[in-house]
Design a protein around this ligand. Sequence first.
Ligand SMILES: Nc1nc2c(ncn2[C@@H]2O[C@H](COP(=O)(O)OP(=O)(O)O)[C@@H](O)[C@H]2O)c(=O)[nH]1
Ligand SMILES: [Mg+2]
Length: 286
Amino acid sequence: MIENKTNINWYPGHMAKAKRLIKEQLNLIDIIYEVLDARIPFSSKIKDIDEIVGNKPRIVLMTKSDLCDMEKTNKWINYYESKGYKVILLDLINNKNIDKISTVTHEVLKDLNEKREEKGLKKRTYRAIILGIPNVGKSTLINRLSGKKATVVGNKPGVTKQLSWIRLNEEIDLMDTPGILWPKIDNELIAYNLASFSAIKEEILPIGKVACYILDYMNKNYKENLKLRYGLEEVDEDFIEAYETIGRKRGCIQRGNEVDYDKVSKIVIKDLQEGNLGKVTFDEYE
Ligand SMILES: Nc1nc2c(ncn2[C@@H]2O[C@H](COP(=O)(O)OP(=O)(O)O)[C@@H](O)[C@H]2O)c(=O)[nH]1
Ligand SMILES: [Mg+2]
């Protein structure tokens, strides 16, 4: 169904600008919180993040753990940990593990203040920034971390631009605006995974193709869930039976008692994103 020949060459023009802005701010930063979506722990990664952040300390935060397939996502967690990253799995809707962020930050950065003390310098707060592609939960995370108690700590000395910081606790300040980066899509699978979980816009891939990709993937990996949600036993090669079944079941009927295929596509994508097709992870770790 998916032709590898199709060349998706998609990299928004504002990417270069975003990168430059983030690089400028990095001088002030001690630690990066790199946010990934636990349902696409590979596809949602900013591929050139190393080039942007260098070897600054980094914690990988995987959001939407309430919606992921733990068995598959765990393999990616192990993989990132084997590369030396600390990984924290978050459920931002049910507030799970959020307090770990501060504990792990302290663990990773305690050297910084120990070194300062050795030099006779005063301790200072650690400064963190959130980085990630669109829709992984950056804004939600900032809201959860700041809560109501948050105080905006204002400008740091020596900084000309207006930057606000949120004081998370006596040790950590978080830059109040996340760094948004766009995924460089040089691989068809990544494009489909991002489109399926809505991290890229519809113009890049037509919704019909995205919905068929989802149905095909579900059929191969989570067949039971398709049966549960739509009563689908099998997804045929041309998807026509599947579309007819889902359309009639979900009332996507237009004039002449015909199934409205666009509506079906939208329903499939929305169902996947909202967790109505069960807990799933679409990145394979071989
Ligand atoms: N189920 C679930 N939804 C989440 C979680 N974190 C974020 N979301 C949802 O994901 C969507 C995008 O979140 P947002 O914070 O706007 O992402 P941003 O574009 O990275 O700032 C919103 O609808 C959030 O409610 C999570 O842990 N679980
Ligand atoms: Mg946001």
